[in-house]
Write a protein of this length. Structure first.
Length: 293
């Protein structure tokens, strides 16, 4: 298919065109600087065309192609791109992702920026998919956190969705998440929840973090929380929390959520598990751009 940013988006995940344009603009400005690609300008005559293929060098889940397409198209209106997969697609090593043809200088100038986007976001999507596979046949949903690269949160959270995960808050304005420091400053579980509920609009959810089952009991007694985050609890405590909550609140697990622990967490019956590792520790996906001619 002839590629446009929209044609290669994940079919069920939204990524704002403004976020794509802003990220590409900043990335190209960072790489091209004041003088542009001086190497290509010095060595490649004007009018020379190139044909290149973006190739996955490992198996995984792809994300970031809309940014790669936008990168090349921003550098030349004469660039032609054929897409062979779309974001969210599972690929084997050696699969062709994009075929790019057009002015050689534009292809070479956009190469690293395009690969950086696809490598970073595909790494997140691939890691997320690994977590999701460990939760098969359970109700658990895998979520990301706000532990994202500054300025790239929308992109990284989109990559989580490409991998089959779900998004937690995008920012401090999405919902109320009362953590241990809020509880300490506000004077306890009941006091902090009463203040939160008094200020929350009818569409604003309130989540509160607890460290112990006694804190969970105190939260349940108030009836004021929508979601309870079980922070760094053992799986035995998680199972007990599920019994105590009895469906009255949504239960989310955070802290110590790893590939090694996620399968056991999923079996406890909690609703969500959030892991900062999805975005802050995802290894880069190995992807390359090979010039044919």
């Amino acid at each position: 298919m002839t590629a446009t940013p929209n044609s290669v988006l994940h079919p069920d995940a939204f990524l704002s065109p403004l976020a794509i344009d802003d990220a590409v603009t900043r990335a190209l400005d960072e790489d091209l600087g004041r003088a542009g690609d001086v190497t290509s300008m010095a060595t490649i005559p004007t009018g020379v065309h190139a044909h290149a293929v973006m190739i996955a060098r490992q198996a995984g889940i792809i994300a970031g192609l809309p940014l790669a397409v936008t990168t090349f198209q921003r550098l030349s209106s004469d660039i032609n791109i054929q897409a062979h997969v779309h974001d969210g697609g599972a690929v084997a090593a050696g699969v062709h992702l994009l075929t790019i043809s057009g002015p050689a200088r534009a292809v070479l100038a956009g190469e690293r920026t395009a690969l950086n986007f696809v490598g970073r976001l595909s790494g997140i999507a691939t890691l997320t998919a690994s977590y999701v596979r460990h939760t098969a046949d359970t109700k658990l949903r895998i979520c990301c956190t706000r532990k994202t690269t500054p300025g790239l949160r929308a992109l990284e959270k989109y990559a989580v969705r490409c991998g089959g995960g779900f998004n937690h808050r995008f920012g401090l304005d999405d919902a109320m998440l009362i953590k241990d420091n809020h509880i300490a400053v506000a004077g306890g579980v009941k006091a902090v929840l009463q203040r939160a509920r008094a200020h929350a609009g009818h569409l604003v959810k309130i989540e509160i973090e607890v460290d112990t089952l006694d804190q969970l009991r105190a939260v349940l007694d108030t009836g004021l929380a929508d979601v309870v985050m079980l922070d760094n609890m053992s799986t035995a405590s998680m199972r007990e929390a599920v019994k105590l909550a009895a469906g009255r609140v949504v239960l989310e697990v955070s802290g110590g959520v790893t590939l090694a622990s996620i399968a056991e967490i999923a079996k406890t019956g909690v609703d969500y598990a959030s892991s900062g590792a999805l975005t802050h520790s995802a290894p880069n996906f190995d992807v390359a751009l090979d010039i044919d001619a």
